[in-house]
Design a protein around this ligand. Structure first.
Ligand code: SAM
Length: 284
């Protein structure tokens, strides 16, 4: 530690401050692309530390923008494969690549349309500060499927705080729903850091939080698709009793009974383990 005299933003070696990069490349934030940039390099270093020691590790970064988080990941010793949709950012990212030769590969494109495992390779850590709708869609995609542990080693993702709270929610709370079950039934999920809206340029309307997710051993005999359908039906009408909300799902009410779960309960009163047990009893 350099002590209290350390400047607020420690520039990367050989790289100008992010504010200058944004000005020089004319990277006015685009609302349509959900752009809110992080410029404080100390904050970015703290985010880059969340996955643990990244020396020699590969990181798949979604939406690097002007490259603030990318620089922090590279400073932490990672190799980074990044996918960015906004081609205006590519010259700024090329400068980052020059400062860390051979350590950064940028793919121009839509993160929802590429195969990240093929691009980044197995065992990569995924890190992203993304627009909220894209982030949730990608998260569910990364949590899906029957291959577990998955190809990625960890997820470190910035969300609106309200969405982050839904991901880590416990039963009996308003935030508990499909997202919590899908994120927790075979992973650990926690809020690693709250981020104030004023940390972003421009500041968004709401607060943010970084969620960290790690795969855990999967319960046996449960298919992801079954659990997804079950939670979709159960929380689709969350105010209703399960005997009502699960009516349309073949085998679900039978399974509930076999698990000894009272069908007059509402979805948010079941634990993650209860949902796993019912999905297993449905069996398809
Ligand atoms: N990582 C930078 C930071 O922390 O300052 C930028 C964050 S900004 C909230 C989100 C970035 O994701 C933008 O650069 C935007 O262009 C990019 N983006 C939005 N949708 C995308 C998509 N579908 N695929 C890849 N990048 C996307």
């Amino acid at each position: 530690d350099d002590g209290p005299d350390r400047p607020m933003t420690a520039p990367s070696p050989l790289l100008p401050p992010l504010r200058d990069v944004i000005a020089r490349h004319g990277l006015a934030a685009s609302k349509a692309l959900g752009q809110n940039f992080l410029l404080d390099e100390q904050l970015l270093d703290r985010i880059a530390a969340i996955p643990g020691d990244l020396a020699g590790q590969t990181v798949f970064e979604v939406g690097p923008g002007p490259g603030g988080l990318t620089r922090a990941l590279l400073r932490a010793g990672a190799s980074v494969v990044a996918v960015e949709r906004d081609r205006r950012c590519l010259p700024a990212l090329a400068e980052v690549e020059q400062a860390f030769p051979g350590k950064l590969r940028v793919i121009e494109g839509d993160a929802l349309a590429i195969d990240p495992e093929r691009e980044a390779g197995g065992g990569a850590h995924i890190v992203a500060n993304l627009p909220y709708n894209v982030g949730t869609a990608l998260l569910v995609g990364w949590l899906s499927g029957d291959r577990w542990p998955p190809w990625w080693q960890s997820l470190t993702l910035m969300f609106q705080r309200e969405v982050a709270e839904r991901i880590v929610a416990a039963p009996q709370s308003d935030a508990f729903g499909r997202l919590a079950v899908l994120a927790q039934w075979r992973s650990s999920a926690r809020i690693a850091m709250n981020v104030h809206r004023s940390a972003f340029v421009p500041p968004p309307k709401v607060m943010s939080a970084v969620v960290h997710i790690r795969p855990q051993p999967a319960p046996e005999g449960v298919r992801f698709a079954t659990l997804e359908r079950l939670t979709g039906a159960a929380f689709g009408q969350r105010r209703k009793m399960l005997r009502q909300s699960l009516k349309g799902m073949p085998g679900a009410l039978d399974a509930l009974e076999r698990c000894g779960i009272d069908p007059t309960r509402r979805a948010e009163t079941l634990s993650v383990a209860d949902f796993v047990e019912v999905a297993r009893a449905i069996g398809r």
